[in-house]
Design a protein around this ligand. Structure first.
Ligand SMILES: *Cc1c(COP(=O)(O)O)cnc(C)c1O
Length: 234
């Protein structure tokens, strides 16, 4: 089946979950996760109306952004993978969003390295990644440390803190999938009550997007259900 067809299926899953949650489907943004897939697949998804794409690996992402340079003004590029400090400069220069902030040092570097004075680039949108379920990846700040990090990041001039992101481990039932998403939502509610102006809950992947939408996700990150199974063999 085609990427366009898969995209339509994912849009319908989001619409149904939003309906079940008494939410407007337009309050959930679909982020296509194009990691490991070629630029040509991104172009096909773009032609089918998709505008936001995300990458996990810096080199791969930068290469794809360059290859798709003709679409740059119309695509929102999100970085969602682990970020080492020696890679922050290209990410600050090339991406529109970074979802995986889990250390102040990385945020400070991104803020300092975000190019200034270019009308094409405003503050870099960022989310803090929180480890809400003993994440398999071991990335993410502990929930107890999220508020301190969030307030420090919110004060950085080159960044605009938008919200929280998480990658819970797999779970079998809808209720088990909802639990970590509920924790992230409660954490964001607490940060907002503490004075931070946040609007983004980046949570939900191919296997658990319904659970995430039911718990208030404003951005779901979908790879497999759009592009197919990933092949890491090359
Ligand atoms: C790969 C990845 C996804 C997409 O996962 P699928 O299960 O393929 O939808 C989402 N978020 C992050 C951070 C990822 O690394």
């Amino acid at each position: 089946m085609s990427i366009a067809h898969h995209l339509e299926e994912v849009r319908q899953r989001i619409a149904k979950a939003a309906h079940d949650a008494s939410r407007d489907a337009s309050s959930v943004q679909l982020l296509a996760v194009s990691k490991t897939f070629p630029a040509d697949d991104v172009r096909v998804a773009f032609d089918a109306g998709q505008r936001a794409f995300s990458e996990n690996y810096v080199q791969e992402g930068i290469a794809k952004i360059a290859e798709l340079g003709d679409l740059r003004a119309d695509i929102e590029w999100h970085f969602i993978g682990p970020l080492q400090s020696n890679k922050t400069r290209v990410v600050a220069a090339q991406f529109d969003w970074v979802h995986s902030i889990d250390r102040l040092k990385i945020a400070e570097r991104l803020s300092a390295q975000r190019p200034e004075g270019s009308c094409a680039l405003s503050a870099l949108n960022v989310c803090i990644q929180v480890n809400v379920s003993g994440e398999a990846s071991k990335s993410g700040v502990e929930p107890a440390d999220a508020a301190a990090l969030a307030h420090a990041v919110a004060a950085l001039p080159g960044l605009r803190l938008r919200g929280l992101m998480s990658i819970p481990g797999p779970a079998d039932t809808l209720n088990a999938q909802r639990a970590p998403h509920a924790r992230l939502r409660e954490l964001m509610d607490a940060l907002r009550a503490g004075g931070l102006n946040l609007d983004t809950l980046s949570m939900g992947m191919s296997a658990d997007l319904e659970a995430a939408v039911l718990e208030g996700a404003t951005m779901v990150r979908i790879g497999t259900a759009i592009f197919g199974a990933r092949d890491y063999s090359h």
